[in-house]
Design a binder for this molecule. Structure first.
Ligand code: PMV
Length: 337
């Protein structure tokens, strides 16, 4: 049985940063994101009687051992659910940069959850797929859905926590947003998000205050989304992201993902705002900057970011679809460099 699935990355406007359960990937906070229409991951899973071990390729070359082990661990979860011990061949292709804070793990594990559950004959609804994708990478729980999605932290530990921690779509019909992605550096990050989160939760004195303020940010974000107030959505997203990076700076030793190039892009975003353009920045576990704006302003924002000497590539992403079985969904990328 062979199943191919496609999923897109999502960028959190209210961030997920820190787990209360490392094994089950139960987060400390709820988070809220926008799924993009660019940088899809396409993954094929083929279950076979003939394989002695799982085989994993990325872009047609054997996956690095650490990544292959993560995929095998994920397939073990699917095999347990299906009661099927057969091994599988996993072929995955990322159309965006991997491990550079552009959510390749989100699109990757969302696509793998769809393809592997299908290939092992499981018939899971979206909530169950979101919980399954969460076990691969927390943020993947949100890429099951297109547009805006909220991942609920869930309540309790163990099975109760596992059952209550999943993503759901969030409607925002009055918004027509775009995220302009400024690629500052497409290389893989030095500290992976798992390790960085763990270090932040265990050692940063700024972590708990951020968790508390994030709860308020999430409530304010729902109000702003329902009102279709892009400026408020952007302000809340920007403060939530900068707060998350502040928690990392407080970790011992500190984790810092932004670079001088990121700062130049952030300065440019401030200059755009001073000139009356509603543009707001967010950053993840890498130096790249994503700028939220109205779709109508996206060409102007992209042109301004492309002028900075730190952006090696700038592209406009609009909301993308949820994960789906088979085929590459429509991409809405407009490349500006
Ligand atoms: O799911 P992970 O382990 O790749 O963590 C992602 C964390 C951030 O991208 C920094 C924030 C988020 O909510 O996506």
């Amino acid at each position: 049985m062979s199943v191919t699935a496609t999923a897109y990355p999502n960028i959190a406007l209210i961030k997920y940063w820190g787990k209360r359960d490392d094994a089950l990937h139960l987060p400390e906070t709820s988070s809220l994101s926008l799924t993009l229409g660019v940088f899809a991951t396409v993954t094929t899973v083929t279950v076979s009687d003939e394989l002695a071990a799982d085989s994993v390729t990325v872009a047609e070359v054997p996956a690095p051992p650490r990544f292959a082990a993560r995929v095998t661990g994920f397939l073990d979860l699917v095999r347990d659910l299906a009661g099927d011990r057969r091994r599988a061949q996993v072929c995955t292709v990322n159309t965006g940069p991997t491990g550079a804070g552009l959510a390749s793990s989100a699109s990757g594990f969302a696509a793998l959850a769809f393809a592997a559950s299908g290939a092992y004959g499981l018939d899971l609804d979206r909530r169950a797929l979101s919980r399954l994708a969460r076990r691969g990478s927390g943020s993947a729980s949100r890429s099951i859905y297109g547009g805006f999605a909220q991942w609920h932290r869930g309540e309790g530990s163990g099975a109760a926590g596992d059952l209550s921690s999943y993503a759901e779509p969030v409607e925002a019909p009055r918004l027509d947003p775009a995220l302009v992605v400024a690629l500052v550096d497409a290389r893989e990050k030095a500290v992976d998000s798992r390790e960085a989160m763990r270090r932040t939760v265990e050692t940063s004195p700024f972590y708990r205050p951020w968790v508390q303020s994030s709860e308020q940010d999430l409530r304010d974000m729902h109000t702003a989304l329902a009102a279709g107030d892009l400026a408020a959505v952007g302000e809340i997203a920007e403060r939530n992201a900068l707060g998350m990076h502040a928690t990392m700076l407080g970790a011992r030793p500190a984790v810092r993902y932004f670079s001088p190039g990121s700062m130049r892009v952030l300065d440019r975003v401030l200059a755009l705002r001073a000139a009356g353009v509603a543009a707001y920045a967010t950053m993840d576990a890498g130096p790249n900057v994503k700028v939220l704006c109205d779709r109508r302003d996206s060409a102007e924002v992209a042109a301004a970011l492309a002028e900075t000497d730190s952006a090696i590539r700038v592209l406009v992403a609009t909301p993308g679809p949820g994960a789906a079985v088979s085929g590459l969904g429509e991409s809405s990328a407009d490349d500006h460099r």
